[in-house]
Design a protein around this ligand. Structure first.
Ligand SMILES: Cc1cc2nc3c(=O)[nH]c(=O)nc-3n(C[C@H](O)[C@H](O)[C@H](O)COP(=O)(O)OP(=O)(O)OC[C@H]3O[C@@H](n4cnc5c(N)ncnc54)[C@H](O)[C@@H]3O)c2cc1C
Length: 325
């Protein structure tokens, strides 16, 4: 591992100023649970690491008539333990509880969770120069691809590993992004960038920007949400597939619905056709399964991950049935 300088900014402005110089070897760090792994594995070699945890006032959960505001340095444990989130934003509560292990949730931040790099085994092997690292091909396409994308692969089949991202997109979350040039706010659905746009990156941050805050609109009285994740083993694990669902219900009838899936595409994947098929129907497991089948016709599994199609159908169906519980 190469030595790096450690920066402890005292304000967000100071952190942004470090990045504003445009040096690609300056990295920001939240809890470090992903970044330090990448450094140790030889995937990145920063010259300077800026520790955002040193900046006061970036960890908070506020709820008011504007909705929910979550500081980027809020830990996943804090999210999972917040009673207001549990009451009004169940999908986010369930997603936070499903992230990794207690130790990782204690250290990992919401900002870092959204910006974490993919877990594709070819990407994580420093010896492999795949398309994400400037090489000419995605080795998963014809190689070992059990955990890879069934939607929107092509140039890169690595999946978005975040549990929080599908839940926050289903809940119509936005992200406030800060830089030396000012602040911009974008819907989280537009924060993630498919490989076809830029295979080297997973989000729209331009290298000089910092995630400052996540905002979620107020929950409507007749709104319900849920998050369900399928993992391969009983202890902590990344999602093989997951589904976040938010619905506006009239009794048990779906007036409006958002379904966003994890572990199946390089970005959190919206199941628009399933949403359309569910509008006006009862939020039951059977209706969810029928709707999922329609959307999953568009899946393009690889040699080893066809099972994801079946599992996702069930996870979506059960996440919809969970709205009524
Ligand atoms: C063994 C293991 C199991 C895991 N299982 C799961 C799981 O089941 N579900 C899941 O969702 N995740 C899982 N993770 C990922 C884990 O949740 C992330 O590592 C963690 O959320 C990242 O948060 P962090 O604050 O530590 O980020 P860091 O490691 O500090 O940063 C991660 C990346 O984000 C960038 N970054 C951090 N904060 C900001 C910011 N505010 N603005 C801009 N860029 C930023 C960093 O530069 C870096 O590139 C697992 C990780 C491990 C190691």
């Amino acid at each position: 591992m190469k030595n790096f300088q450690y920066g402890k900014p005292t304000s967000l402005e100071q952190a942004a100023a470090f990045l504003g110089k445009g040096d690609p070897n300056v990295y920001v760090m939240g809890g470090g649970t992903d970044l330090l792994g990448e450094i140790k594995e030889g995937l990145v070699a920063p010259a300077i690491v800026i520790d955002l945890k040193a900046v006061p006032g970036l960890a908070y959960i506020k709820k008011d008539k504007e909705g929910l505001a979550i500081g980027a340095l809020t830990t996943i444990t804090e999210l999972a333990g917040d009673a207001g989130i549990q009451k009004d934003y169940r999908a986010l509560h369930e997603a936070a509880k499903a992230v990794a292990s207690p130790q990782l949730r204690n250290m990992g931040t919401i900002g870092g969770n959204l910006c974490q790099r993919p877990r594709c085994w070819y990407y994580r092997d420093a010896r492999v120069v795949c398309s994400k690292k400037g090489g000419s091909q995605c080795y998963a396409a014809k190689g070992r691809n059990k955990y890879h994308a069934i939607f929107a692969g092509g140039i890169c089949y690595a999946v978005c590993p975040s549990d929080l991202a599908p839940a926050l997109i289903a809940l119509d979350g936005k992200v406030a992004i800060s830089s030396a040039k000012g602040e911009r706010t974008v819907p989280l659905a537009e924060f993630f960038m498919p490989p076809i746009v830029n295979v080297r990156k997973e989000n729209i941050l331009n290298g000089q920007e910092i995630v400052k805050e996540i905002r979620v609109p107020p929950a409507k009285p007749n709104e319900k949400s849920s998050y369900l994740k399928f993992i391969e083993r009983g202890s902590w694990d990344f999602a093989v597939v997951s589904a976040a669902v938010k619905a506006v219900l009239s009794g048990t009838t779906v007036e409006d619905i958002r379904i966003v899936c994890g572990g199946v595409a390089p970005v959190p994947w919206r199941m628009k056709k399933a949403e359309d098929a569910l509008k006006g129907r009862k939020a039951t497991e059977a209706a969810g399964r029928q709707a999922a089948k329609i959307a999953l016709k568009e899946a393009a599994p690889l040699a080893e991950n066809g099972y994801k199609v079946e599992v996702l159908e069930t996870i979506i169906a059960r996440a919809i049935a969970a709205l009524g519980k």
